[in-house]
Design a binder for this molecule. Structure first.
Ligand code: DGY
Length: 323
């Protein structure tokens, strides 16, 4: 019997790749950079399965180029790189890697919040570059965390885990937006479901965890920054396009808000000459929220589970479309 063919769009941990390779003829893209669009289309031409990353666009054109494709296993929880309606219409199953990156991502949200609130990037750069003159009573003053108000935009798994850390560790009061109230958050964290405008006005820290879709693209613009407190800190670990970066840069420059911590930007990578890197009150990390050994191994395992189920024509353990 011929083995199914699979294209894996980057090297992923052996915890998943070895299992895929044991069941299929695997073509792994060896470069550090993603395959160019036309190369990706060419490589999936006779494939039954595809392991895609958030940098690989899976759209109608790719599907048209891959008539045998049965399953797309996205090595990420976010699936904004995949045209789900097009996959569903073609009968292609799509899976993602939920749950296993919740803790690592919440850890980075808290890390960025602390770094931005306490001016860690700015003060460390100053120290390295000779601007640490002495211990100064008025030097590098940041924001306190204990007992302040945290606004979670998008109370899913990662939003909840972030709120849990900051409520449990710093006694923060939690407000959140979501499609509807979340009884678990209300019960366990004393959290309150509010409108976005109220969350922005009342929060000292705003952490963004919503999915990227048509209704959340550009959710944070000049108007939203104006509604926030001048002492407020914005953290984004979801997707860059939720935030209008020009408006954010202006809000940081003008002191409309105090600081920002970003793990995601638009585009990625953010070019090295981008002004957000030069603003002392902005901390930018290169999309590393899920980058721990254990998390990436776990993502690889879920990714393999989805792919192998799809190749067998079975329902995926972590499906994101209804095929
Ligand atoms: C995801 O899985 O969507 C994350 O952004 C990867 O870190």
């Amino acid at each position: 019997m011929t083995r199914p063919k699979v294209f894996v769009a980057r090297r992923i941990p052996a915890a998943g790749l070895d299992r895929i390779a044991a069941a299929a003829a695997v073509d792994v893209w060896p470069d550090r950079l993603p395959p160019p669009v036309e190369v990706l289309r060419e490589r999936v031409r006779d494939c039954d399965g595809l392991v895609s990353l958030l940098t690989d666009k899976v759209d109608a054109a790719l599907l048209a180029a891959a008539p045998r494709l049965k399953v797309v296993s996205n090595f990420a929880v976010g699936v904004n790189n995949v045209d789900l309606p097009a996959c569903t219409a073609r009968g292609v199953r799509v899976g993602n890697t939920p749950g296993v990156l919740t803790d690592a991502t919440a850890d980075i949200a808290v890390t960025l919040l602390l770094a931005a609130a306490r001016r860690l990037g700015e003060s460390m750069t100053d120290a390295k570059e000779g601007r640490w003159l002495t211990w100064e009573p008025l030097g590098w003053l940041g924001q306190d965390l204990s007992g302040r108000t945290l606004g979670i935009v998008g109370m899913g798994r990662i939003g909840f885990a972030t709120a849990k850390r900051l409520h449990g560790g710093w006694g923060m009061r939690v407000l959140y937006t979501a499609r509807g109230p979340k009884p678990d958050a209300d019960r366990e964290l004393g959290a309150r479901w509010v409108e976005l405008d109220d969350l922005l006005a009342e929060s000292d820290f705003v952490s963004v965890h919503a999915d990227l879709n048509d209704s959340t693209q550009g959710l944070f613009g000049a108007e939203q920054f104006r509604r926030m407190k001048p002492s407020a800190v914005l953290v984004n670990t979801s997707r860059g396009p939720l935030v209008d970066q020009a408006a954010l840069a202006e809000a940081l420059r003008a002191g409309t808000i105090f600081a920002a911590g970003l793990d995601v930007t638009d585009p990625e990578p953010l070019p090295p000459d981008h002004e957000l890197y030069r603003l002392p009150n902005c901390v930018v990390a290169p999309h590393v929220a899920s980058a721990t050994v254990g998390t990436r191994d776990a993502m690889a395992r879920l990714c393999a589970d989805n792919l192998l189920a799809g190749l067998r024509g079975e329902k995926l353990p972590h499906p994101v479309n209804d095929v």
